[in-house]
Design a protein around this ligand. Structure first.
Ligand SMILES: [Zn+2]
Length: 133
């Protein structure tokens, strides 16, 4: 928690003492990992000039988890539809990475997933994401 607050202080120059660390610690649920919270810090600063609070960090972590879950659902669906087996996952063109492991391409897929039906999405992925065989 101290490490997290030190990161935050690099931007807003806040003073961190033991009480601050203790209160942040008590505010955070146990299941929030350091990595999640540390990822949320730059997002919080990028999104708003408001003073960064535990509430704000928790809110962003929750959103990140939801986005991640949604993305996984889309990818699972795509996997089932095209009947990939374990060794047969298509690679993306841009990063030559199995599509299930490529974060930027999964983001792209989930960004368009809401705008078209499943068949069209699969075609779109073949046109725009997958490496041509
Ligand atoms: Zn990729």
């Amino acid at each position: 928690m101290q490490k997290l607050l030190v990161q935050i202080s690099y931007i807003d120059n806040r003073i961190i003492d033991d009480y601050t660390v203790e209160m942040w610690h008590r505010t955070f649920p146990d299941d929030i990992t350091y990595v999640e919270a540390a990822t949320a810090v730059p997002i919080a600063f990028a999104e708003s000039d408001a003073y960064v609070t535990p509430h704000r960090i928790l809110h962003i972590v929750k959103r990140m988890r939801q986005n991640h879950a949604t993305r996984n659902q889309h990818v699972e669906r795509l996997q089932i539809e095209s009947s990939w087996n374990g060794d047969d996952v298509p690679e993306c063109r841009d990063h030559e990475t199995p599509i299930t492991k490529c974060d930027p391409c999964q983001h792209q897929l989930s960004a368009v997933a809401g705008t078209m039906n499943d068949d069209r999405l699969h075609e779109w992925a073949i046109e725009n994401i997958y490496r041509k065989a």
